[in-house]
Design a binder for this molecule. Structure first.
Ligand code: AMP
Length: 194
């Protein structure tokens, strides 16, 4: 049984072009609610963000959204959350999400998801946190991301240990076990100095 009280899920404000993406978000949301793991997310009611929040709430779980003031109307601030934290800026949003989470899961998403993912991975690379990060590679959507990280390592712009900072899995059932099993980074090893 997992020891995480809360998981921050980074995911798209869109739904993508395949029903499998939404299905994965719903499956993960139900699993989190069943295990009483709080969802921390971007606070919108649209796209995969809305799908996972709805799944958590409908299954009786707890969902906390964090959204900047100016985005409430674009991302349609979710109305049925346990709590909606409104921030003044995108930076504050990321900081609050980070502070509230014990672990991070990345679902399919767009450039915003990539931004949030790289920030959380690079903070871990710098030793600023040691929280597990799992990328759910639904239908191979994130395979190019894994290939990019491998290419950066192969070109010696990152230490090989950087690959241990993120675990890739392919189905929602594997996410929680992968978070539990994620390797703990050794302090200072993965700072990119080769
Ligand atoms: P997207 O993957 O582009 O659909 O965006 C997913 C979420 O990331 C949305 O809630 C965006 O508002 C958010 N986002 C986009 N850019 C950033 C950024 N630079 N910092 C933090 N969040 C962002």
């Amino acid at each position: 049984m997992t020891s995480f009280g809360s998981i921050c899920v980074l995911c798209g404000s869109g739904e993508g072009d395949a029903p499998a993406y939404r299905a994965a978000a719903v499956a993960l949301g139900r699993e989190m609610a069943a295990r009483k793991i709080r969802l921390i997310f971007g606070g919108g009611s649209i796209g995969l963000m809305g799908a996972i929040a709805d799944a958590v709430i409908e299954a009786g779980g707890e969902a906390i959204g964090v959204i900047p003031d100016f985005l409430i109307r674009y991302e349609v601030g979710h109305k049925r959350l346990s709590r909606l934290v409104v921030t003044d800026s995108m930076h504050e949003r990321k900081r609050r999400m980070f502070e509230m989470a014990d672990a991070f899961v990345v679902l399919p998403g767009g450039l915003g998801t990539l931004d949030e993912t790289f920030e959380i991975v690079t903070w871990k690379q710098l030793g600023l946190h040691a929280a597990p990060i799992v990328v759910l590679d639904v239908d191979g959507y994130w395979t190019p991301l894994r290939a990019l990280i491998d290419a950066v390592i192969a070109a010696r712009f990152a230490h090989p240990k950087v690959s241990e900072l993120v675990t890739f899995v392919s189905s929602p059932d594997e996410v929680l076990a992968a978070l539990d099993a994620a390797p703990q980074p050794a302090p200072g090893v993965a700072t990119g100095h080769l």
